[in-house]
Design a binder for this molecule. Structure first.
Ligand code: ADP
Ligand code: ASP
Ligand code: MG
Length: 416
């Protein structure tokens, strides 16, 4: 049997009783002969609590100290799981990111993994010890603890699986990837398989079941990836993870999916903010003057729309950024106002992006018009539209998010 990385999220690690359930899953895979590394998240609610404490301590806190604080949640759960495993007679020890080491760049709060030197960890695993590794963190170039951004334990797990040549099972509070968030559409259907590309779009467009970066890494390093439930009986039938299709959702190459749907899933994100620049001079170089400084400040701009005003000399330009970046974006625009030359800036939150995703769109016409028709029938106004080869996104009033997701789910025949 090969090596296996098992990742357990915050809800799965929520209390000692749940950690005992996690230990049962680990015990099953150890008994099946796998070399097991476990990646754990902080117990549910802990990271939010610590983020809140940092903000309370100072609105403008040092990102390096933020990382020092929020990384502790995973240390607690790694230690607790190692204790529970040991108590059940399974050799185990905890590893913090820096002990492995998981080396990252120095972007505190959203660091990227550069390299994992798994030599020591692999040696211990070969001796039969289960390695319990803290998710979400590593060590930066200046020897300080870094964190990988919210939801980052998924990325820790996939990166570790790549370093160990292992399969990766992501255990969470749902039993797989669904056609849309099952908490919004109770009729959402579990997918047996989804392609890396579609999963990447779903994740980046708001389905938080996997962190986007984890899917990118799985795709690049061809890590066999499965999303499955912590709460299905750990010792029930068909639980051993790598018998054929497995109990959860397999994320795999497009070619490995026999029955491909036109639309595979629907995602939404409410963390959007809209910025409009009115009466911008309609001349070459203006877009560069706006989006250059935003990019330099590491602010990603998503949807962009420009319309020429009645006078034919100025235009209105609207775009979206992540809500958390809005104050910084407004600051950047203010600073660059002379170089850009605009009449006024308006901005708003209260908007949401709803996206339909499917590789089948490449070969099917009419997917977009179907979307617009379905939304129109419910009187939902579309403010912005963007498309790519395998997705269409629209920006709407956030109050209609759930309705829009449900309507589209039915319109594309996804209801279970
Ligand atoms: P964990 O703490 O285990 O990392 P998360 O809360 O980060 O878990 O991710 C799991 C949640 O993702 C589910 O509870 C579900 O509400 C949400 N989710 C959003 N979109 C989807 C989807 N398409 N399929 C499955 N779950 C989804
Ligand atoms: N504990 C971190 C968070 O809440 C990382 C994770 O759970 O993946 O974002
Ligand atoms: Mg998560």
């Amino acid at each position: 049997m090969g090596r296996l990385v098992m990742k357990f999220g915050g809800t799965s690690m929520g209390d000692i009783e749940r950690i005992r359930t996690v230990a049962q899953h680990v015990a099953r895979e150890v008994a099946a002969g796998h070399g097991v590394a476990v990646v754990v998240s902080a117990m549910s609610g802990q990271t939010d609590r610590m983020v809140g404490l940092c903000r309370e301590a100072s609105a403008m806190h040092d990102a390096r100290e933020y990382d020092a604080v929020v990384a502790t949640g995973e240390q607690v759960s790694a230690g607790l799981l190692a204790i529970v495993l040991q108590q059940q007679g399974i050799a185990a020890r905890s590893w913090s990111g820096w002990q492995v080491p998981v080396k990252t760049d120095g972007v505190h709060g959203s660091a990227r993994i550069l390299d994992i030197d798994a030599t020591d960890l692999r040696a211990r695993m070969e001796e039969g010890q289960v390695a319990v590794v803290t998710g979400f963190q590593g060590i930066g170039p200046d020897n300080r603890v870094t964190t990988l951004g919210r939801g980052g334990s998924d990325t820790s797990a996939v990166a570790l699986a790549a370093a160990l040549d292992a399969q990766c099972d992501i255990y969470t509070d749902v039993n797989g990837v669904y056609t849309t968030d099952p908490r919004v559409v109770p009729g959402a259907r579990k997918l047996d398989r989804i392609s890396y590309e579609e999963m990447l779009e779903l994740a980046s467009l708001g389905a938080k079941v996997l962190q986007t970066r984890s899917v990118e890494l799985a795709m690049v390093y061809k890590v066999p990836l499965q999303v499955r439930s912590t709460f299905e009986a750990p010792d029930g039938p068909n639980q051993n993870s790598h018998n054929g299709d497995g109990p959860g959702t397999i994320v795999c190459d497009e070619e490995d999916i026999v029955e491909q749907q036109v639309v595979s899933g629907i995602a939404y994100s409410k963390d959007e903010a809209q910025v409009s620049l009115r009466r911008v001079k309609d001349k070459p170089g203006v877009s560069a003057a706006i989006f250059g400084p935003l990019a330099e400040s590491d602010i990603s701009v998503d949807m962009i729309v420009q319309n020429v005003s009645a006078d034919g000399e100025t235009a209105n330009l609207t775009f979206t950024v992540a809500e958390k970046d809005l104050p910084r974006a407004l600051g950047v625009l203010e600073k660059a106002s002379e170089a850009i030359g605009y009449g006024e800036v308006t901005h708003g939150t209260g908007v949401a992006k709803v996206s339909v995703i499917g590789v089948g769109m490449r070969s099917h016409a009419g997917v977009a018009s179907e979307m617009f028709k379905a939304l129109a029938e419910k009187g939902i106004n579309i403010q912005l539209i963007t498309t790519s080869e395998i997705k269409i996104s629209v920006l709407i009033d956030a109050a209609y998010t759930e309705l829009a997701v449900r309507v589209l789910h039915s319109a594309y025949g996804l209801d279970g």
